[in-house]
Structures are given as C-alpha cells and as structure tokens.
Ligand binder design. Structure first.
Ligand code: SIN
Length: 238
C-alpha cells in the first residue's frame, strides 16, 4: 500500500495507472538487484549525475534536474544528529537536521534526481555551498524502484551529502525529549527547525513511508509548540 502511494506520488501523471511491482522494494529478487549492480558498474560512462536527497533536498532541491524518482539507499538510517548553524539555527543556538548514520540492515528512503551533464558542475557548486555546514559528498548505490511492471529495481551510482562525526557542527545522538526541545525552539536563516521537521515528515507521508522515530519526534515537538498540522507553506507535492 505504501509502495503504491509512493508510486502515485512520484510518477508522472501518464504513468499513474501503473499497477503492482512498480516501486515495492520487495518486488526485486536479490539476484535481480545484483545483476543491476553489475550493469551500473558498466554504466559509469553514463553522463548523467544522480543525487540522493534524504532531508531538505527531498522537498526543496533548488536545482534543475532531468528526472526525479523515489529511491532508497541501504545501510544508513536518517538521524537528527547534525547541528545547523547556517540554515535552521545560528551559532550558539544550533538547530538539529538530518544526517545518515551507518546502520547495518537499515534502508533510508528519499528522492533521487538525475542532473544533466551540462548542469552538473553548476549544481554541485551550489549544493556544496548550501551543505557547507558540515556535509560532504559521498558516493552511494541508489536503488531506483522499477517503473514498469516486470521491470527490475535499478541500481545507479549517485552522490549524497552526509555529515560525519568529524565535522564541527556534529551533535550526535541525544535524548528524544532534548532533541524535541531544540527543534521546537531553533530558528535560522532558512526558517524554523520545526518547519524543517514538518516538511520532512509531510514529504515522507506523501510518499507513503512510515518512519516511526521521526513521526514521534514530530509529535513531541508539537506537544511543546502546540502547532500540530500547521505548515507555513502548502505541503510538498510531487
Ligand atoms: C539532504 O537533504 O539530502 C541533506 C540534508 C539536508 O540538507 O537537509
């Protein structure tokens, strides 16, 4: 059901009549995925660049792309462990934003963007600037669910911005109530930390994903702020 909602959320209008096996990760047998992985290695001359967004890049990429797809990466969990002093907080009062924590067996769902060769240098320069508060680019294997019945999950090599513990703004794990306190209060040049959390939660919901820890954080922040269901702008659409 979640997979179908995700497909509807992300598919171009003409493709919305598609049925079973379009996006469900479980539709691809491991050997199919492995075969695709080999294909990816062969396709390194592909001029397109794939970028994976799992935080604000999911709802506000801010760059020109040729295609956008639901995607996931393996072995990482989304965590509110990165401090933000340039977007959702300020120096001395950082907000908390997401990074990827290596977690065996985990799967992080997000959005993959394909960027044309002609635009890649410009897009990467802009993203490096936007994510300069502690993130760095890493190469990851992007799992792109099939978009046609009978097709296979594709794996593409892509880039992700990840904040590692060695960056000066890294905050790491914390008590959920303490994290909620920070998110409820922090403000930065890009807006409130609460808005960041709400947009992320709304985007995941619109794609059909259940992320209990994140939704629990949202509930705790709303218990503090009393702003349940309020977004300063319309909910994201795909
Ligand atoms: C991302 O969205 O992929 C990186 C983290 C962020 O900018 O929120």
């Amino acid at each position: 059901m979640a997979a179908l909602r995700l497909q509807r959320a992300l598919a171009p209008t003409g493709a919305r009549t598609a049925r079973r096996c379009m996006v469900a990760p479980s539709c691809a047998r491991p050997e199919e995925v492995d075969a695709e992985a080999t294909a990816v290695t062969r396709a390194t001359s592909d001029p397109a660049l794939w970028i994976f967004g799992y935080g604000s890049l999911m709802w506000r990429p801010g760059f020109v792309f040729e295609a956008r797809r639901a995607a996931w990466i393996e072995g990482f969990a989304r965590r509110f462990w990165q401090g933000s002093t340039d977007h959702r907080g300020v120096p001395g009062a950082p907000g908390r934003v997401v990074t990827l924590h290596p977690t065996p067996g985990a799967r992080c769902h997000g959005v993959a963007y394909r960027v044309a060769r002609a635009a890649r240098a410009r897009v990467l320069a802009a993203l490096d600037q936007r994510e300069r508060g502690g993130y760095r680019r890493e190469r990851v294997a992007l799992h792109l669910p099939a978009t046609r019945p009978g097709a296979r999950t594709r794996i593409e090599s892509g880039l992700v911005y990840r904040a590692l513990p060695d960056n000066p703004n890294y905050l790491g794990p914390g008590d959920l109530d303490e994290i909620a306190q920070v998110v409820a209060q922090a403000q930065g040049p890009s807006g409130s930390n609460h808005e960041y959390l709400k947009r992320l939660a709304a985007t995941l919901r619109s794609m059909g994903f259940d992320e209990p820890a994140l939704f629990e954080l949202e509930a705790r922040v709303e218990a503090l702020t009393g702003a349940a269901g309020v977004l300063p702008h319309p909910a994201p659409t795909f």
